[in-house]
Design a protein around this ligand. Structure first.
Ligand code: AMP
Length: 163
């Protein structure tokens, strides 16, 4: 179980925890690969969420998922950019969270994922939790824990309580 002091301080900082959906770069599941190629190149994020027209989360898209479709045996062709759509190439086996403030679960999942899409039970996308934002929270705790909690090493405490 996560230490209560850490959990509490992370939650105190929760307004920075999740990047809300309206400022997350995304593409639509039925966008052409040409459009998605341009978006990914412009935003410079490695992977971005894919949504449907109702704002439901459908998967993730990266540039290699697109360029893979352009590679022939010994050539590159741009044909796939107009004949395929995002839904054809996106990754769908994605780890998501419903509650971005379940700190223990989020920390655990961010070990293997650079960010976690936040998706409600009905499939609606509400934002992302990134390693970067969580690292900022941990940095804050590292610098401020002793302003909120009295910290004594266990050995010193035992020494102090000796008769
Ligand atoms: P960071 O921890 O900020 O480096 O973000 C990790 C990953 O999260 C990035 O490589 C992107 O794939 C994704 N990401 C972060 N911020 C955004 C954003 N505003 N829009 C879309 N994807 C993002």
């Amino acid at each position: 179980m996560l230490n209560q002091a850490i959990d509490h301080m992370m939650i105190e900082n929760r307004e920075h925890f999740m990047i809300p959906g309206d400022v997350v770069a995304s593409v639509s599941v039925d966008n052409s690969l040409r459009h998605a190629f341009l978006v990914l190149t412009k935003v410079r994020y490695a992977k971005i969420p894919v949504l449907d027209n109702q704002g439901h989360f459908k998967g993730l898209l990266s540039l290699p998922m697109i360029t893979d479709e352009m590679l022939g045996l010994d050539d590159v062709s741009v044909e796939a950019l107009d004949t395929q759509c995002v839904g054809d190439v996106m990754e769908t086996d994605v780890v998501t969270v419903a509650n971005p403030y379940d700190v223990e679960n989020v920390l655990h999942l961010l070990v293997d994922n650079p960010f976690l899409p936040v998706v409600q039970d009905d499939g609606s996308f509400t934002g992302i939790v990134t390693r970067r934002e969580v690292m900022k929270g941990i940095n804050y705790i590292g610098h401020n824990l002793d302003h909120y909690y009295q910290m004594t090493p266990k050995e010193a405490e035992a020494e102090h309580s000796k008769p």
